[in-house]
Design a protein around this ligand. Structure first.
Ligand SMILES: NC(=O)c1ccc[n+]([C@@H]2O[C@H](COP(=O)([O-])OP(=O)(O)OC[C@H]3O[C@@H](n4cnc5c(N)ncnc54)[C@H](O)[C@@H]3O)[C@@H](O)[C@H]2O)c1
Length: 245
């Protein structure tokens, strides 16, 4: 991925952090956009020449433009975009407030749209690739996840439209639905071992994914030439928990 320059939202920690590290290990340069200043500065230290950290909230349209400008000023171009960051609150749908709804739609759906629109002109020059993030919670309609599931399924719809509209611009758009043992899930595993084991047993491959080994390579695949004939697709990187047809 030596000649690739990729924006990764939420690229400082969790799955996004693993994607940043994996892409850089494969030779790409990354602009990691995240609200977590500490984690962002830490990850940039790993390879200051090829990781640029931008502190910003992806729900603000101006941040998408800033990320593009940083990619161009530091690395000279943009070839890929990973819309990974998404913040939401879990609660029964009758308890959802306007603020809960705005948080999930703002960071998940609006953030994804803003970054796609900002990146489009540069990606069109370079035959670029976009990877957006969905979730099994959206596909399954998981309880207490109304604002999150609604945003995630809207992201999949948006991605399919973009795949159709932007194919003539040479831009591919695909979706990854991960299942991974991030720091948050690891803490829950420590405190709720029985529940964790029950969920893990429901995953055909018998375990939660590793962000670095199981999720980031799927994203790298979708950004690279090996997937050049794929667009508009949803890839489940979830140990087989959901088998799409
Ligand atoms: N972890 C899983 O098993 C799982 C399952 C299904 C879907 N997903 C999806 O995968 C993606 C990554 O998940 P994760 O578990 O690593 O997430 P996470 O909650 O660990 O957050 C990832 C990063 O996003 C950053 N972030 C949050 N809100 C932001 C904002 N408004 N602007 C900029 N940065 C922001 C956080 O600081 C963090 O560094 C998300 O889209 C999530 O919905 C994860």
């Amino acid at each position: 991925m030596k000649n690739q320059v990729v924006i990764v939202t939420g690229g400082a920690a969790g799955i996004g952090g693993a994607i940043t590290i994996e892409l850089v290990q494969r030779g790409a340069s990354v602009v990691a956009v995240d609200t977590n200043d500490e984690a962002g500065k830490e990850i940039a230290k790993i390879n200051p020449d090829r990781i640029a950290f931008l502190k910003g909230d992806i729900s603000e349209e101006s941040v998408a433009k800033e990320a593009l400008e940083l990619a161009l000023s530091k690395f000279g171009k943009l070839t890929g975009l990973v819309n990974n960051a998404h913040a939401s609150r879990q609660k029964p749908l009758l308890d959802l407030t306007q603020d809960d709804w705005a948080l999930s739609i703002g960071t998940g759906l609006n953030g994804t749209l803003n970054f796609m629109k900002a990146a489009h002109p540069e990606l069109a020059k370079n035959g670029g690739s976009i990877v957006n993030f969905g979730s099994g919670a959206g596909l399954n309609g998981q309880k207490n996840q109304a604002s999150y599931a609604a945003a995630k399924e809207a992201i999949r719809g948006l991605s399919r439209v973009a795949a159709n509209e932007w194919a003539e611009d040479g831009i591919r758009v695909n979706i990854v639905c991960p299942l991974a043992l991030t720091e948050g899930v690891a803490k829950w595993k420590e405190t709720h071992r029985d529940q964790y084991d029950e969920v893990a047993e429901g995953i055909p491959l018998g375990r939660f994914g590793n962000p670095q080994k199981d999720i980031a390579p799927v994203v790298a695949f979708l950004l690279g030439e090996d997937s050049q004939y794929m667009t508009g697709q949803t890839l489940m990187a979830d140990g087989g928990k959901i088998m799409l047809r």
